[in-house]
Design a protein around this ligand. Structure first.
Ligand code: HEC
Length: 124
């Protein structure tokens, strides 16, 4: 195999992967039917230590989900991306770990926990 062919294949592979990830994410954003009951289980297992029962954050640097212009003002899609890949706002002292530090969380878990965040802490 020539170097050129290998290079081409790597590029095709990279695009293929990117396409897969993108389509997986857009699928879940389109069908944002998270289940808040199973989301509560995810929250209380993985997120509560930092985000607290009341969603206001267990320590400084953790955002308050109940604030009107807080994180929940963002779209499900953006929240899902930030939860899945991790998130650090400019100048923040502490990052949000990818998937809250639990690599076993599925995309469905993430959509569920977003539904829970909105029902428990979102604008009523
Ligand atoms: C180790 C502590 C920790 C854990 C565990 C954790 N978070 Fe976070 N989270 C943070 C911190 C800190 C931030 C703010 C980061 C910043 O602004 O730089 C944050 C930010 C967020 C945001 C705001 C993102 C945005 O776009 O503004 C969401 C949503 C969120 N977390 C959801 C979750 C969910 C859901 C879980 C559980 C699956 C979770 N977090 C687990 C610490 C944590």
């Amino acid at each position: 195999m020539t170097g050129l062919t290998v290079g081409k294949m790597a590029v095709m592979f990279a695009f293929g992967l990117g396409g897969l990830v993108l389509s997986a994410l857009s699928v879940s954003a389109d069908h944002a039917e998270g289940d808040k009951a199973s989301g509560a289980t995810v929250y209380n297992g993985t997120c509560v230590a930092c985000h607290a029962d009341n969603g206001k954050g267990a320590f400084p640097g953790v955002p308050n989900f109940t604030k009107r212009k807080g994180p929940l003002a963002k779209s499900d899609h953006e929240l899902a991306l930030n939860i899945i890949t991790g998130f650090q706002s400019p100048g923040s002292m502490m990052p949000m770990p990818a998937k809250g530090g639990d690599p076993n969380l599925t995309e469905q878990n993430v959509m569920d926990v977003i539904a829970y965040l909105r029902s428990a802490f979102g604008k009523k």
